[in-house]
Design a protein around this ligand. Sequence first.
Ligand code: GLC
Length: 608
Amino acid sequence: MTHPFVDDLLNRMTLDEKIGQMTQPEKNSVRPGDVARLGLGSVLSGGGGNPDPNTPQAWRDMVTALIDEAQASRLKIPLLYGSDAVHGHNNVVGATIFPHNIGLGAAADPDLVRRIGRATALEAAATNVRWAFAPAVSVPQDFRWGRSYEGYAQDPALVGRLAAALVEGLKGEGWNSPTAVLPSVKHFVADGATDWGSGKRARMTDPDQDRTLAIAQMGEDFVTLLDRGAWQIDQGDATIDEATLRAVHLPPYRAALEAGALNVMVSYSSWQGLKLHAHRYLITDVLKGELGFAGFVVSDWEGVQQVAADFDEAVRTSINAGVDMVMVPFDYERFIASLRRAVQAGEVPQARIDDAARRILSVKHTLGLFERPHTDPTLDVVGCAAHRALAREAAARSAVLLKDCGVFPLGGAPLLVAGEAADDIGLQCGGWTVSWMGAPGPTTPGTTLLAGLRGRGLDVTFDPDARAETRFPTGLVVLAEDPYAEGMGDRAQLTLTSAQRDLIARVQARCDRMGVVLYAGRPLIVTDDLPGWDAFVAAWLPGSEAGGLADVLTGARPFTGRLPFDWPRTLTDLPRRPGAQTLFPAGTGLTAAPTTAPIPAAQAASQP
Ligand code: GLC
């Protein structure tokens, strides 16, 4: 991808200015004035990299200040700001939070994902964020992986269709439109195929050994979660053969690139023992050569540093492998000096630097950033009623009904609702919501399932712990995984906790019928529990508008979700493989005819 404007600019740039474009610090590490002084190409907000206060206006002010600073650099090359808008503009309090990818895979509708991409782009662009680190096109093979929920489905073709739709939605009318947001297709490649026990971070005993985890303030949970399997599979090694890599994990990239994607993020993981960040064959020969990718490749957060113990060796290896921009994110001047030395020593060819800078500048030119470094669309779209109605539709369509013996639709009879998750926005949103890991509690505005059920006029008694004695004809237990992200969500066991089982037993003892709604980023092992349940709904991580779940539980909308993955019968059925037993095969999903006239989406948004 060349353009006379870019060629001319490149010819006027110094080596340091080209390397500056290849450098991406995170916003808490970049010192005032350095964007201009060093000609930095991008700044990012990592998970939770929020301004204080965390409001749409404060986000816009933070991002715009950095964009304006870049205009003070010698060549005024515009800054591209990136953030993990992976299920809405989810770091921002007040943004619409959509279901995580696994739920969208259950809805399996590219048009829905395209509309979600457009809404996400409008909310991100309103804060002048024009780069979203989405879609993940992972094809998870083992649900013990904490990033399973970032995968749409097990069918690579479906993953490709949904990823292409998100790319199209983020793009909108055209890359140079004021609200186009650059997608980042990730994590290249086969991030979901790593083997249990091959994760490297699991060897740690103290988060302070790892600056990223120390900053994330994992606290005392860290060691407990390590004991439960944290980091055992994430960022590990995929030992699959090349035929499998090409058949399962590469096709979604082809689809996303065909849809016009101009950025790819490299995976932390390894393939057959070699880190992807060092993988010249896959990044340069396959992605850029064979697939013809003309955009730019960005590393993951500290992904380059994992390539080698020696920093300089890591830098030259990853740049020579084909990484174009480095998400440093902390020691950006050390990176710049290291790469400058490598070029001056002939260890990194000048042509590689020119290629990387050209790719980055070409994408910025395509986005129209040179004409309009920031476009300041209206902030009113952030969390607007129309987007919340869309999120409510998506939550409804992602729910999968797996068992129903006379429980649904919930109707006029008094209903007992148990489980704190029934009234907890943080638990229904999951990870990557306001903070990196997500958190329970009222972390952002939205509608809980309890509010949605009450909004539908049901006679609901909410007894989170189900300690009272009163009997009810019907009980609904809402269970949730504690929110997590990345390897902090790796788990050796996927069964319900004893506390969850005790809660279910208390509800069963006082209700004639009992149904379970599960908020989880993956299928859990419920084989032994399911026979005692009269109904079961897999709701995944539905986002801020769980009123959509109330719509299907009450029959205002039909259940239409279908399992995007085989649901394993036991832990030994993981990783998914031919011959593994399933409790429910992919595609399973009962339907329940609506009992009342479906409500118009706009009216749905007005419900409490
Ligand atoms: C993280 C994730 C990646 C994310 C990036 C920036 O570690 O692996 O998905 O986009 O860093 O937050």
